[in-house]
Every structure is written in structure tokens, then in C-alpha cells.
Design a protein around this ligand. Structure first.
Ligand code: UDX
Ligand code: UDX
Length: 433
């Protein structure tokens, strides 16, 4: 099939690349000429495992093409995916102008029947709005259908999630569009949920809100564990074996970040407000998430006691492992709060240091975890990258001023750390002395 994607971000690029890999002819358009030039030269706009190889392969095999003009993509695609960003406005409502502008452009440039699919996370009723915009701007009497096909991929596993999703949601009100979408997704083996457009839009916001709430739930339990002497890791395992609860997303830590949970949970509260509903549960989810970072900073400051002339080493800056994405990364808050107290920062992250340099100033960026430990009064884990799980702790201990590890992601066993000679403080687990 001839497919187009507008917006070469995480969602657009991953979706387009996977559809090309499945044998479709795909054109991706993006407003950024630099991004398009880079993509045509095999340079990815962000780090995502497996993406680069698949892009290069499909470009070479001429199934994937990048352009900086939307009209080429609009002309080419029988199915056009709108994948432009939907960032938060100052008041956390969703900024829809990019989606709306693309809808106008599609209307003005289409010359035959199109299935117009919105993949970006958008408030319920955006599909109706896109339909109206296209009807108002279309030149002749050209048929089209609007479909909501939300994306559930996670950064770091974007390609796998796109090729092997838990489910595919198709919100549509036309049999013609449903048939085309079914054919397109045919090679992907996953449950297909066919529903109305508004329900599809709500599935996306409800899913992200639920996952964010699950994280805040376990972070609340972690606070009770700390106070009662229980171990949140054991509590999570015990809960997770219940199929109704499920084990994923029960990792206590320093709160969720990234380009989705913080903005989508806030946006969902705004959407509810618009319909006259006070979404108290989700407000609490957000509040607990903010507190989680504050509690962690307090833990560091209380442990260091006198913060003057103290230096800490940070391991991990990205909001989660296997990505260089710094959007709403908890590391930003934690580091800036420590700096306010005069604490000096050394930091190492395998992928996100270039992006961090634009956000976090006065940080001594290091080449590896060992350099980041040297002459520090504490080593602080903010992202659970695999390479931090197996370190040479004897070497780390010999490099530090003070053998103290404060772990915001619970990646080490407390008994092992004490045996290695460290004072080890983590989340929701009592300190082994
Ligand atoms: C996506 C979804 O759009 C968002 O709704 C969801 O919540 C998170 O995932 P993502 O793919 O991460 O966003 O966005 P981003 O990486 O910011 O990419 C958006 C792309 O659209 C950028 O490359 C940008 O240059 C492009 N764009 C934006 C256009 O091509 N045209 C525009 O008018 C605006
Ligand atoms: C999320 C959704 O999972 C995905 O379905 C949606 O399409 C986009 O948003 P992503 O933001 O890439 O994906 O990452 P995810 O793995 O969900 O993690 C989000 C944040 O939650 C990270 O900061 C992570 O550290 C945190 N998290 C996750 C926890 O603190 N504990 C957990 O148990 C799981």
C-alpha cells in the first residue's frame, strides 16, 4: 500500500519504518529540513535501538523516503498518518495547532479518497474536529475518512512495540476505512479493537493515565514500606503474581517522566474538566509523582547533612534507559534542586549527555561511571541503564571520598552493597546496617 506519515518523531518514524519493513511504499514528511536531510543520510534524530538499521535498509530498498514538503506525502499516501507533536500548553491543555494545520494542508492538497489517521495523543473529539476542518477546506467533493489509531509504543523498545503490539486500536465510522486499516495491519499479529473514534481517543488517554496511576500507587506503597520496615520490591512481586494486577509498572522509583505520562495525565484532567468532571484520582497521581522527586532530593540532602562543598556523581540522566530523551526527565529536577544548595554535580549517561548539556548547566559531564564517582561524597542512581547494574564496586569505592550510594531505581541488592562496603539507601526498602 502507499502510506504516508507526517511528522518524523518517535511515533511517525517508528510507524513509517515498520510499515516499510512490512512491504509498503512509505513517504515520511517533516517540517524540519535538517531532520529530513539527516534521515536521507542515515542519521537518526534520536537514539532508538534498532531504528537506524531498519531505516537504512528500507531506504536502500526504496520502500522508505523522506521529504520536507507535506504535499508530496499527501499526494502519495492512500493512508496518511498524522504524527506531529501534541505538546502541552502552559495550562497543560493539549496544543492542537500542529495537528489542525496538517489537517488543513491535507484538505487543500488531496485529489483522491484518503484515509486520514491521527496517531498522536489527542483529546477526545479531535477526530470530529479534524473531519470538520477537512470538510471546510477541501476544494472539490472528494471523499475521505478519519480514523483514530493511537500509538502505544514505548521509547527504547519502539520498533519491537510497533511490530509486536499488545493490541491495535482502530476508531472509525466507515467500513471502507476499517477494511483498509485491517489490510494494512494484516501482517501484524495482535488483537484488533475496532471501535468508534471517540472511544479510540479515550483508550489512549485512559491507558496512559492508568499506567501513571499504577506507578504513583507503588510509589505510595514504597513510602509506607519505608516507614514500616517492609520491602517494596517484595510487596510488588507479591502483588504482581495476581493476574488482575500484573507485574509490570510496579517499579518504585523517583517518579515517571518522559514525553507522555506527565503531559497526558495533566491533559486528561483538563479534558475531564471540560466535560464537568473533577478527576480527583489523576490529580493525586500527579501530586504523588511530584512529591516522589521532592522526597528523593530531601533524602539526598538529609544524608549528606552539611551540603557545603559536597560533590555527587549522578549515574543516568535520561527519563528511562535505552533512550537519549530528556523530556520531563526526573534528573532535571533532582540535579537543579541539589545545585540550589551548592552541591557540585558530576554526571554520566550512556546516551543523553549531548541533550543534557542544553538543559543542565554547571555539570561536569564524565566519560564513564568511574570518572563520575571520582572524588564524590555520594553516587546517585537516576536511570536504571543495564551498564550500571554490573560495576566494579571495589574501584568505585576507592575513587569516592565517601562510600555512599543513593539509588533512585532500586537496581542493587542492599545486602550486596553493604558487603561491598557502601552505605546504601534506596526507595521503599529499609537500610541494611
Ligand atoms: C508523539 C505524539 O505526537 C504525541 O502526541 C505523543 O504524546 C508522543 O508521541 P513524538 O513522536 O514523540 O510525539 O513527537 P516528536 O518527537 O516531538 O515529533 C514530532 C515531529 O513532528 C517532529 O519531528 C516535528 O518536526 C514534526 N512536525 C511538527 C511537523 O513535521 N510538522 C509540524 O507542523 C509540526
Ligand atoms: C509511555 C507508555 O508506556 C507508552 O505506551 C506510550 O505510548 C508512551 O508513554 P514511555 O514514556 O516511552 O511510554 O516510557 P515508559 O516505559 O512507559 O516509562 C515512563 C516513565 O515511567 C519513565 O520515567 C519510567 O522510569 C517510569 N516508570 C515506569 C516507573 O517509574 N516505574 C515503572 O514501573 C515503570
Amino acid at each position: 500500500m502507499n502510506i504516508s506519515a507526517i511528522g518524523a518523531g518517535y511515533v511517525g518514524l517508528s510507524t513509517a519504518t515498520v510499515f516499510a519493513e512490512l512491504g509498503n511504499n512509505v513517504i515520511v514528511a517533516d517540517i524540519s529540513k535538517e531532520k529530513i536531510n539527516n534521515l536521507n543520510n542515515g542519521v537518526m534524530p534520536f537514539f532508538e535501538p534498532g531504528l537506524k538499521e531498519l531505516v537504512i535498509k528500507n531506504v536502500k530498498e526504496k520502500r522508505l523516503k523522506f521529504v520536507d514538503k507535506n504535499n508530496y506525502a499527501i499526494e502519495h499516501g492512500d493512508v496518511i498518518f498524522i504524527c506531529v507533536g501534541t505538546p502541552p500548553k502552559e495550562n497543560w491543555e493539549t496544543e492542537l495547532k500542529y495537528v489542525e494545520n496538517v489537517a488543513i494542508e491535507i484538505a487543500k492538497n488531496m485529489t483522491s479518497y484518503k484515509v486520514i489517521v491521527h496517531k498522536s495523543t489527542v483529546p477526545v473529539e479531535t477526530g470530529d474536529n479534524i473531519k470538520k476542518i477537512i470538510n471546510d477546506n477541501v476544494k472539490e467533493n472528494i471523499n475521505f475518512d478519519v480514523v483514530s489509531n493511537p500509538e502505544f509504543l514505548r521509547e527504547g523498545t519502539a520498533i519491537k512495540d510497533t511490530l509486536e503490539p499488545d493490541r491495535i486500536v482502530i476508531g472509525a465510522d466507515s467500513d471502507r476505512a476499517i477494511d483498509i486499516m485491517k489490510k494494512l495491519y494484516g501482517p501484524i499479529k495482535a488483537p484488533l479493537i475496532i471501535t468508534d473514534i471517540r472511544s479510540a481517543e479515550l483508550i489512549k488517554h485512559a491507558s496512559n493515565a492508568f499506567l501513571a496511576t499504577k506507578i504513583s500507587f507503588i510509589n505510595s506503597v514504597a513510602r509506607i514500606c519505608e516507614r514500616s520496615g517492609a520491602d517494596v520490591e517484595n510487596v510488588a512481586v507479591g502483588m504482581g503474581y495476581d493476574k488482575r494486577i500484573a507485574k509490570d509498572f510496579l517499579n518504585a522509583g523517583i517518579g515517571y517522566g518522559g514525553s507522555c505520562f506527565p503531559k497526558d495525565s495533566q491533559a486528561f484532567i483538563k479534558i475531564a474538566e471540560k466535560y464537568g468532571y473533577d478527576y480527583k484520582l489523576l490529580k493525586a497521581t500527579n501530586e504523588i509523582n511530584e512529591e516522589q522527586k521532592q522526597i528523593f532530593v530531601k533524602k539526598i540532602k538529609d544524608t549528606l547533612k552539611n551540603n557545603d562543598n559536597k560533590k555527587v556523581g549522578i549515574l543516568g540522566l535520561s527519563f528511562k534507559p535505552n533512550t537519549d530523551d530528556m523530556r520531563f526527565a526526573p534528573s532535571i529536577y533532582v540535579i537543579q534542586e541539589l545545585q540550589k544548595d551548592g552541591i557540585k554535580i558530576k554526571a554520566y549517561d550512556p546516551e543523553s549527555m549531548e541533550k543534557s548539556k542544553n538543559i543542565l548547566k554547571d555539570v561536569e559531564y564524565c566519560k564513564n561511571p568511574y570518572e563520575a564517582s571520582e572524588n564524590t561524597d555520594a553516587l546517585i542512581i537516576l536511570t536504571e541503564w543495564n551498564e550500571f547494574k554490573e560495576l566494579d564496586f571495589k574501584r568505585i569505592k576507592s575513587l569516592m571520598n565517601n562510600p555512599l550510594i543513593i539509588d533512585g531505581r532500586n537496581i542493587y541488592n542492599p545486602d550486596d552493597m553493604v558487603k561491598e562496603g557502601f552505605r546504601y539507601i534506596s526507595i521503599g526498602r529499609k537500610e541494611v546496617k
